[in-house]
Design a protein around this ligand. Structure first.
Ligand code: UD1
Length: 353
């Protein structure tokens, strides 16, 4: 292996790529970092590069927002010449965002090997754009780095040969372990001692006015028992404004940097979310997590961790919240290989190719 090219584009990619970049750096293999520009706001991108000590991208495709087709196609068009010019031996893609599938497609057609970090996850819900991205990316990747046993099993059921699958653990947890001490030192900044931390950005929850109203109404009801701290994704903020929903009782904040958000997660009484990565981070931290979805591509967080799927069921949300506030929250354990060394395992495998 002489030259590895990494592709990142959206917020969760940055958290996943940082430990892999660092571990490969130790091996002396040449690396190139491409940012597609899918996320471009300072708060959604630059601040993550700084806090996670990610080097400046060698190339930024500057693609920005658009419909799924437009965004994916733009990334492909701008990425292809970069790959042709830089001639990497392998391309690493992360997670399940549009940047991931777009880059994998370009490489597959140019016969450049692709390794997918966080492979094998399945929600079995094809209405989620990320599920399509996961299925396609895994299908055309040469090497599949899985975070947990369910990932391996899903791939085997789809007929993937065992030699392509490498269970390496959860790379997001590498970043968490590295920056948890800094998060613990964050000042409280006037946040209350007890609070629920909320994040919400899935199209199924926020793009439809009825669904968004229903979720936010449930949260307003929760705010009677517990302060709600809600860093708002730009997509969600746009929808709240567009639909004219009254959210006065919720503390809406701008998207938060990684360390400050980790600090809030580690101190929250409960986290209420529809994010994938946050289900994993709360499991590691042992913080109760109520997920506003009917399914999860991360079932290990439910089986072993602190995660409970409450879907759209307000009575389930209330009942679970009641348990947590009464000190009867679900207890969990940390899944195997979520140990802070996933980046090292990936680097070792790549160095041995
Ligand atoms: C993307 C991922 C999702 C991931 C999430 C993390 C896909 C299909 N989805 O969703 O899996 O959990 O990132 O945040 O790739 N916007 C800004 N500034 C930005 C980026 C986006 O204002 O820096 C706004 C734009 O109006 C844009 C909207 O957010 O249209 C949605 O952005 P997009 O990249 O399409 O997907 P996300 O919802 O962020």
């Amino acid at each position: 292996m002489k030259h590895i090219l990494h592709v990142v584009g959206a917020r969760p990619n940055f958290v996943k790529a940082a430990p892999v970049l660092r571990a490969i750096q130790q091996t002396g293999i040449r690396q190139t970092l491409v940012h597609t520009g899918q996320h471009y706001d300072h708060k959604m991108s630059d601040v993550f590069f700084t806090q996670l000590s990610i080097p400046d991208p060698d190339v930024n495709l500057g693609v920005g927002s658009g419909s799924h087709a437009a965004q994916t196609a733009d990334i492909m068009k701008h990425f292809e010449p970069v790959v042709l010019e830089r001639k990497p031996d392998i391309v690493l893609v992360y997670g399940d965002v549009n940047s991931t599938v777009a880059a994998a497609l370009v490489c597959a057609k140019l016969l450049i090997p692709v390794a997918h970090v966080e492979a094998g996850l399945r929600s079995f819900d094809r209405t989620m754009p990320e599920e399509i991205n996961r299925i396609v990316t895994d299908r055309i990747s040469n090497l599949l780095f899985t975070p947990s046993e369910d990932g391996d099993l899903n791939l085997k059921h789809e007929g993937v040969e065992q030699e392509r699958i490498r269970r390496v653990g959860n790379v997001m947890i590498d970043s968490l372990i590295q920056l948890l001490p800094a998060a613990k030192n964050c000042p409280k900044n006037g946040f209350p001692d007890r609070f629920a931390l909320v994040t919400l950005h899935r199209p199924s929850n926020v793009d439809d006015s009825k669904s968004l109203r229903r979720v936010l109404d449930s949260l307003v009801a929760v705010s009677g028992q517990l302060d709600i701290i809600f860093p708002v994704h730009p997509r969600t903020r746009q929808r709240i404004l567009e639909f004219g929903i009254n959210v006065e009782r919720l503390h809406l904040l701008e998207p938060m940097p990684y360390i400050e958000f980790l600090s809030l997660q580690s101190r929250a009484s409960v986290v209420i979310t529809d994010s994938g990565g946050i289900q994993e981070e709360t499991t590691y931290l042992g913080i109760p997590c109520l997920t506003l979805r009917n399914n999860t591509e991360r079932p290990v967080t439910v089986e072993l961790g602190t995660n409970v799927l409450v879907g759209e069921d307000k009575s389930k949300l209330d009942a679970e919240l009641g348990n947590i506030l009464a000190g009867k929250a679900k207890k969990g354990t940390v899944p195997p290989l979520w140990d802070g060394h996933t980046g090292d395992r990936i680097a070792q495998i790549l160095a041995g190719l």
